[in-house]
Design a protein around this ligand. Structure first.
Ligand code: GDP
Length: 365
């Protein structure tokens, strides 16, 4: 059934997101919500099932891949005696870890505060209603929630000013150049396309010991050797996520801005995914917004498409797509799982960087 397929791929996407911030997943399952319960989201029986799964796995955290109202979140935490986070909370954590530029960090903090603020406001109206709506909590003074709200508003105001300042003196290129005097290859792509697998494969195969410096500074940047290029930086970016909550879009784009200072963009696609064309279109839309692609479709940074998960294609599909790969130098077919095609990828990256070297400030030996 199509519904099951969607639910399953959503589930594996959510697993990917949780893994991205180091959560160990004990158990994951789909719970169909036919009717949203305002108090708990799920029905009572379903909450019991979650509680049993928590007990059996001694889980510390429950991630709900959906939007929880503050009340649902609090009630679930009470019922399950565990911390519960929802999709927006999870994505904010990831963005927080991945924001590499000053602008990215500010945007993520703004989104976080906005999220917190909405939680406070809603909990407050809930309490007010419960207690008859007469400032019962705080007496003549300011309630704790009002004080929290005021602090969040002030902090958001300050962040917006800082953001303006950062934008005025936008030194993104300079910042990245100072941090990495070598050519940068940025991996972009949808969550689950195989970016981390490829990143680990490439760095595992070619990482140089003295450059473990990068491993300690920033787990998403590693030095690799490429044919003709002694040292390049491979940078893993935050993955694209389906159904990104709208209040997170700005934070997401800012988090990705580091891509604009890359020398080559490696667009990793899950070519076996039925939605691969739509996913590509979304990735290109964002690259257009970031100014990497102009109105004419020309790119300021060369883009190499990596058609990953080739091993999952049927023989017929592989044959048909293989012809396109043959005809186009900007496409590489590979499997990050088996390593098939990785040599072609490295060769192609090497020659793209060498070709570009004269246009850029770095030196290629
Ligand atoms: P990311 O979200 O883009 O970083 O994706 P991951 O690297 O976490 O990969 C998502 C899932 O796809 C994981 O279960 C990987 O093992 C799997 N995967 C990645 N590359 C390949 C591939 O080439 N072939 C197959 N069959 N699975 C892959």
């Amino acid at each position: 059934m199509a519904y099951d397929l969607d639910a399953q791929s959503r589930l594996s996407e959510a697993e990917g997101l949780a893994l991205a911030i180091g959560i160990t997943i004990a158990e994951s399952f789909v719970l169909p919500v036919r009717e949203v319960r305002p108090n708990l989201l799920f029905g009572a029986g379903q909450v019991d099932n979650i509680a049993i799964a928590c007990e059996q796995n001694e889980a510390e955290l429950v991630v709900v891949d959906g939007a929880l109202t503050p009340i649902q979140q609090r009630n679930l935490e009470d019922k399950l005696s565990r911390k519960v986070i929802d999709r927006t909370g999870l994505i904010l954590e990831i963005f927080g870890e991945r924001a590499a530029t000053a602008e990215g960090r500010l945007q993520v903090e703004l989104a976080h505060l906005d999220y917190q603020q909405s939680r406070l406001v809603r909990s407050w109206t809930h309490l007010e209603r419960q207690r008859g709506g007469f400032g019962f909590l705080g007496g003549p003074g300011e309630t704790q929630i009002e004080a929290d709200r005021r602090m969040i508003r002030q902090r958001m105001g300050r962040l917006r000013k800082e953001l303006e300042q950062v934008r005025k003196t936008r030194g993104l290129h300079r910042e990245r150049r100072e941090r990495a005097p070598w050519p940068v290859v940025a991996l972009v792509g949808y969550t689950n396309a195989g970016k981390s697998t490829l990143f680990n494969y490439l760095t595992g195969a070619t990482v140089m010991a003295e450059d473990l410096l990068f491993a300690t500074l920033d787990p998403t940047m590693r030095a690799i050797a490429l044919p003709g290029v002694e040292k390049a930086i491979l940078s893993d970016t935050v993955g694209f996520i389906s159904d990104l909550p709208t209040q997170l879009v700005a934070a997401f784009r800012a988090t990705l801005e580091e891509v604009t200072s890359a020398d080559v963009i490696c667009h990793v696609r899950d070519i076996s995914n039925p939605s691969t064309a739509a996913q590509k279109a979304q990735v290109l839309d964002v690259l257009r917004d970031l100014g990497v692609i102009d109105g004419e479709g020309d790119t300021s940074i060369p883009i190499l498409e990596v058609w990953n998960k080739w091993d999952l294609l049927s023989v017929d599909d592989a044959e048909e797509l293989g012809e396109q790969v043959e005809a186009d130098d900007d496409i590489v077919a590979m499997s990050a799982l088996t390593g098939d095609g990785v040599d072609t990828l490295l060769d192609r990256l090497g020659s793209m960087l060498t070709r570009n070297a004269t246009l850029r400030s770095f030196e290629v030996p």
